[in-house]
Design a binder for this molecule. Structure first.
Ligand code: AMP
Length: 519
């Protein structure tokens, strides 16, 4: 199968060829002809399958006919997060090099005025997060009556983030006669209901994650003491001694942890950047770009910030924190071992993480091997005793940084910002467990100014999209010798305890709040 057999225009085919793609991925091969035939499509696929091009390529072909009118976008793409929206825009730039189409982005963190001016001139493609779109609409800056094609991407993540009522509203605002392309990684009942309500006789196209992923990841567990300095020390040693190391994503459960760990690694001369929900758009993009282009080797990230991003294959994933939600584990390790390459996923496990670990092993359907001694039942009992004697407050340990089993109600760095945007990621994430019925109500109670709404929602955590891809086998891998990542190559230092909770000296880009320009 080649791109020339799908019915795409000559301009689009030329752009695809110059992007270096020769063979359509399964979702592209299956979906594109239906999209071009103006059918509604229900695509069950996740990031990494080439699904973005499955809608951008036929859209570009179709948009060659006709012209945009002021304030009336011809097509609308809804994305749950700013990064995903920006990625889709990049796709239009990449595949639209031979077109003169106008593409606008309506997301938090991007100047309202600039986007508004673009809308006024008329756009062919509008890519938006639901909150921002509704803001523009409510301010009368936008008409949705000219939308011929609507794309709802990552629908199950929209559900996790509480966007479904917004999606329903938007679906009712675009013409009934539009074509709808709907993508989701999973089909929970709520999503099923939405598809039945808003898709007309859709063609269902289902693809699984590339099978090569599963067998190419070596997974390991490493026991650690529960104090943060112990974990950081262990992590540094793991990085230095990693076999076949090229680059790594280090996952933390909380964004405050991301900031602390980033600073610590930087202090220890590692080539490191960070990604978390409190960074502004420009800083996030810069962090990602430097990691993508290889100028930085380590990326410290929270699940929320990294979710869905198209980060190229990494050699290592380190779970600095054992994820509390087993789906996060699957999603995290899926960042390595892509496209048939080998990858290693190492999870640091403290005695307090054993419950989370057994949930992970249950989900993936197999035990994960320990490197060295495992955490024993005695370790777990001892940790509980220690914790009790500390009265739940860590002296430079978990309590202080607000992690751990409890970790509830803790504030993120930059307190006012954290509060304004729904606190730290973990407590917000627990909303997942709430029923669909009470989710919108809870959002209402969080009453915030309109300007704040899009950012807060766009950053709300999403549930893992990779649930089905959980089975990972472990080919035998050897352990190599020390491999410093640091540019300076300083020897390991004594654990530093100074950077536990004080965030005043963190780099500005990690603390800078996201600001919005209102009209
Ligand atoms: P997506 O699932 O849309 O996030 O795409 C995942 C990655 O696959 C992106 O980096 C795309 O650039 C890449 N990609 C998309 N289509 C193809 C293709 N036909 N052949 C090779 N790579 C592709």
């Amino acid at each position: 199968m080649s791109f020339s057999e799908l019915g795409l225009s000559a301009k689009v085919q030329a752009a695809v060829a110059s992007a270096g793609y020769t063979t359509p991925t399964p979702i592209q091969a299956e979906a594109i002809p239906h999209v071009l035939a103006r059918r509604d499509v229900l695509g069950i696929a996740q990031t990494g399958t080439g699904k973005t091009a499955a809608f951008t390529l036929p859209m570009l072909t179709m948009l060659e006919e006709g012209r945009a009118r002021a304030r009336m976008p011809r097509t609308l793409i809804l994305e749950p997060t700013r990064e995903l929206a920006a990625q889709v825009e990049e796709n239009f730039v990449k595949y639209g090099t031979n077109h003169k189409l106008s593409v606008a982005l309506l997301i938090g963190g991007v100047s309202f005025g600039d986007q508004d001016a673009k809308l006024t001139r008329g756009v062919d493609v509008l890519i938006a997060t639901p909150g921002r779109l509704l803001d523009h609409f409510e301010r009368g800056r936008l008409l949705l009556t000219g939308v011929e094609l609507l794309v709802i991407d990552e629908a199950d993540r929209m559900l996790d983030m509480g966007f479904i009522p917004d999606i329903e509203r938007i679906c009712k605002m675009v013409p009934f006669t539009r074509q709808t392309l709907f993508f989701t990684a999973t089909m929970p009942p709520e999503i099923q209901r939405i598809t039945e309500q808003f898709l007309h006789n859709p063609v269902k196209v289902e693809v699984s994650r590339p099978a090569s992923t599963a067998g190419t990841i070596t997974q390991k567990l490493i026991k650690s003491g529960r104090k943060d300095f112990e974990k950081r020390d262990l992590l540094r040693n793991l990085i230095r001694s990693a076999d076949n190391f090229k680059n790594a994503i280090i996952f933390c459960n909380r964004k405050s942890e991301v900031a602390t760990l980033y600073k610590s690694l930087q202090k220890h001369d590692f080539s490191v950047t960070a990604l978390h929900g409190d960074m502004d758009q420009r800083a996030r993009m810069q962090a990602l770009a430097s990691f993508r282009d290889g100028s930085i080797q380590l990326l410290v990230a929270s699940d929320v910030a990294a979710r869905g991003l198209d980060i190229p294959d990494v050699s290592h994933v380190f779970n600095y924190d054992t994820p509390h939600h087993p789906e996060d584990y699957v999603h995290r390790i899926g960042r390595t071992g892509r496209a048939g390459r080998l990858g290693t996923a190492i999870t640091i496990v403290t005695p307090e993480d054993m419950k989370s670990l057994s949930a992970i092993e249950k989900l993936i359907g197999q035990p994960i091997g320990w490197e060295g001694a495992p955490v024993s039942a005695e370790d777990a009992t001892e940790a509980r005793r220690e914790r009790r004697s500390e009265g739940g407050r860590g002296e430079g340990g978990r309590g202080e940084s607000g992690r751990g089993e409890s970790g509830r109600g803790r504030r993120s760095i930059g307190t006012s910002r954290g509060e304004a945007r729904g606190g730290d990621e973990r407590p917000a994430r627990r909303e997942k467990a709430a029923s669909a019925e009470d989710r919108p109500a809870r959002r209402e109670t969080a009453a915030r100014p309109v300007e704040d709404r899009p950012a807060r929602r766009d950053d709300r955590p999403a549930q893992a999209e990779a649930r089905p891809a959980a089975r990972a086998e472990r080919p035998a891998r050897s352990q190599g010798g020390p491999r410093p990542v640091s540019s300076g190559g300083r020897p390991p230092q004594r654990p530093d305890l100074s950077d536990e909770a004080d965030v005043s000296h963190l780099p500005q880009f990690l603390l800078r709040p996201i600001t919005f320009k209102s009209r």
